[in-house]
Design a protein around this ligand. Sequence first.
Ligand code: NAD
Length: 496
Amino acid sequence: MSPGTSSLLRHERLFIGGSWVAPQDGAIVQSLDPSTGRPWASVAFGGPRDVDRAVDAARTALAGPWRRMPGHERAALLHKLADLYRQHAPELATLETRDNGRALRETRLDTGAHPRWFQYYASLAETLGGRTIPVDDSVHAFTTRVPVGVVGAITPWNVPLMSAVWKLAPALAAGCTVVLKPAEQTPVTTLELARLIEAAGFPPGVVNVVPGGPEVGAALVAHPDVDKISFTGEGATAKAILRNGADNLKRFGFELGGKAPHVIFADADLDQALNAATGSAFALCGQSCALGSRVLVERPVYERVVEEFARRAGRVRVGMPLDPATHMGPQAHEAQLRKTLSYIDIGKDEGAQLVAGGARLTDGAMEDGWFVAPTVFANVDNDMRIAREEIFGPVAALIPFDGEDEAVALANASDYGLAAGLWTRDASRAHRVAARIESGIVWVNTYRFLRWSTPYGGLKHSGWGRENGLEGLDGYLETRTTVVSTTGQFADPFAQ
Ligand code: NAD
């Protein structure tokens, strides 16, 4: 053991086929703490041969006990996992905060809610069924739902546990088996989750965890025995995955980026709207696909909103993420820090008016971490790059508009279509405008309201398919139609 590494958390085994195994062609890699930039954990990464082993294990489990296990028994395992997750939620929150830098107050809220996903999908596993198709007396036609098969789940670094839970719960409820590959920057909590899966008693191979970078993800995508890829990450990666998986006609689920419009009409309850708009612009250190990063404000209240937005940005307590008083931690990795800072420069160069933040923070304990001040640009034009491109940092762009039509036009002038927010006291307008906004979810007089039961996913470049809700389960099922003759008669087609 080299000096200075004795205090590292060690997770130096992959979880394959129900066993903790050393990587065959991967490596042991150090995971960095974003609040210090220093290693804090030592983690096993897999290689292509490890992916092969994991897919074999998943395929064997699928053909074996898992395929035959009735829905109520799968549900019981999911309930057991929910119970274990609840017991371990506080430590999972701490580990997630160490690995990706989100403030503990956020990760605690998240991990406290995750068991509900396992419970919700457990109830669906018990009630999963097809339907009877009315035809005529000569046949009985019905459908059954069958699992897609082996799922390769590839998750991002901003919400490692959430993304794993959102994929695992419906996939397991559907009867699929899974090879899970967390992002290279944040592998630790997914390995911890594997411990809970093991303790819950899932048959070996039903869930396998192989951390690693793009080459491990690519091996999973190219593998002929993987039936579906469920991917959360960037659009550019999704395109590479599509090409790579084309040869064996895989199924794909894509949860991709966003540039959510948060529309504030002049008649809105401005105090509430500002709570939501500032909260959603700086949540997850700005590293959220649902980030309300384009704040569209009706002109009569624009100046007031700009002033108050900037004041509230200054109130955000940025600091060490394990401190329960901290509102916002660092960016999750150094490349993201560089990206956020470069977009702040781009905003200034484009002529947007910087009214809050705009710099890296290095005071005191933050010296070596990847912290950025909550940043607000005013007088932003929707054509500017800071309004069009996903920054994925705590940078809000405040854009003025006049009237409903312009609000809708600006909201929709984006390649993305994941989420949108809308604030007005006029109920008719709320429905009118919500119906015209091109996004997978629209929040009216609220924001980032996410539940296990509410479908979530994108239009346009924000993705394919939905996670959560009944639709989330559909993504892991195929429909089989069975037609049974009630007569057993089949006319000879060549008799005459
Ligand atoms: P990313 O695309 O860089 O990486 C995501 C995952 O893909 C990682 O596990 C990575 O190792 C893997 N990967 C990279 N190249 C690959 C390849 N060629 N083949 C297979 N796998 C590969 O994304 P990121 O930077 O980790 O995540 C941020 C992005 O995720 C943002 O765009 C964000 O909006 C999006 N996101 C979307 C949602 C949603 O629900 N829509 C949720 C969270 C994050």
